[in-house]
Design a protein around this ligand. Structure first.
Ligand code: NCD
Length: 330
């Protein structure tokens, strides 16, 4: 039977205009190795515009009608919320599988490839957090839509490193010339792995501060050395605090220890206190990807040099910029 009705949509008129085909349009974001100083500057510039948008207006319709799937196999507060907020502030929607994959078909034994191939039927991009190194790459191999790595085990966490670098630039005005101390779990901390790689594109000095069993993996330290980055290693924050411009503190990653007694040995190795902060330069900053587990005292929060709350907010601007770029709107 022929049905005579007018068409609901004028599809030609509704077509999504591509604003700019930038380097990231349609691309997966799996590792910081994909970035150059030039492409970072581009993302930071867009993030700056996103900040202005949010501060002055609150939101816009740049991604109206777009859908992002957030697929989290590991707990998250900041990364998941900031991706969801980023999408909301740009007018898009989210499929939030962030409250535990146990409520998805993953609990029925569905594989990562099948889960990804499901979500791509509904979404224009997929953000994935997963406990295994390399999982984001596997997901990207199966998905036809862009996959953004929101942390693959102890591997990488590229969007965090981007917001970390953006924060350095916002807070201190430049990246070249900085002395950056990375403190805590340098072995398992994926934010450290990504940030160290990104920093090595700049003219910086890196201080690695960790207990012996949590040192930065040798291949990563060598990669930094090969790029000509001066590295100094020590166990004690007190050795470096008066020298550095940035203290990047991290949590000991309990969930990555095979032997929990080893975790107990190092869990309280570092404590940043107001007392310790007295030795630091007036214009240095303290950063932390968060959550913290005792390594920065609450009493430090009121110190203007404590940048970790501002750092979190920057996460939303960076993710707005990345989503816009990947979806061809920036
Ligand atoms: C970090 C992570 O998940 O790697 N958190 C985050 O995304 N801000 C750091 C951590 O969990 O210690």
């Amino acid at each position: 039977m022929e049905i005579d009705r007018p068409r609901l949509f004028d599809l030609e008129a509704l077509k999504r205009p591509l604003i700019q085909a930038n380097d990231f349009y349609g691309q997966d974001i799996l590792s910081v190795s994909q970035f150059t100083r030039q492409s970072l500057a581009y993302i930071f510039d867009v993030a700056e515009e996103m900040r202005e948008l949010v501060e002055r207006v609150g939101s816009a319709d740049l991604l109206r009608g777009y859908v992002l799937a957030c697929l989290f196999y590991e707990p998250s507060t900041r990364t998941s919320s900031s991706f969801i907020a980023a999408m909301a502030r740009l007018g898009g929607g989210v499929i939030p599988i962030t409250q535990g994959v146990q409520y998805s078909s993953v609990s029925k034994g569905e594989s990562l490839p099948d889960t990804v191939r499901t979500l791509e039927q509904y979404a224009d991009a997929i953000v994935l957090r997963h406990p295994e190194v390399g999982s984001a790459k596997i997901a990207a191999d199966y998905a036809r839509v862009p996959v953004i790595n929101a942390g693959d085990g102890a591997g990488e966490h590229p969007t965090q490193a981007l917001l970390d670098l953006f924060t350095l630039r916002e807070e201190l005005g430049h990246i070249d010339g900085l002395r950056v101390a990375m403190v805590g779990d340098l072995k398992y901390g994926r934010t450290v792995h990504s940030l160290a790689k990104l920093l090595s594109m700049y003219d910086v000095e890196i201080y690695l501060v960790s207990p012996e069993i949590l040192r930065l993996p040798l291949d990563q330290a060598n990669e930094l050395r090969d790029k000509g980055i001066p590295i100094r290693e020590t166990y004690h924050v007190a050795d470096v605090i008066s020298t550095v411009d940035v203290l990047y503190v991290t949590r000991v990653q309990r969930e990555r220890f095979a032997d929990l007694s080893q975790y107990e040995e190092v869990r309280d190795f570092y404590e940043i206190t107001p007392e310790l902060m007295k030795q630091a330069k007036g214009e240095m900053i303290v950063m932390h990807p968060l959550p913290r587990a005792g390594e920065i005292h609450y009493a430090v929060d009121d110190d203007p040099r404590a940048a970790y709350f501002r750092q979190m907010r920057n996460g939303m601007y960076i993710r707005m910029a990345l989503l816009a770029a990947v979806l061809g709107k920036a």
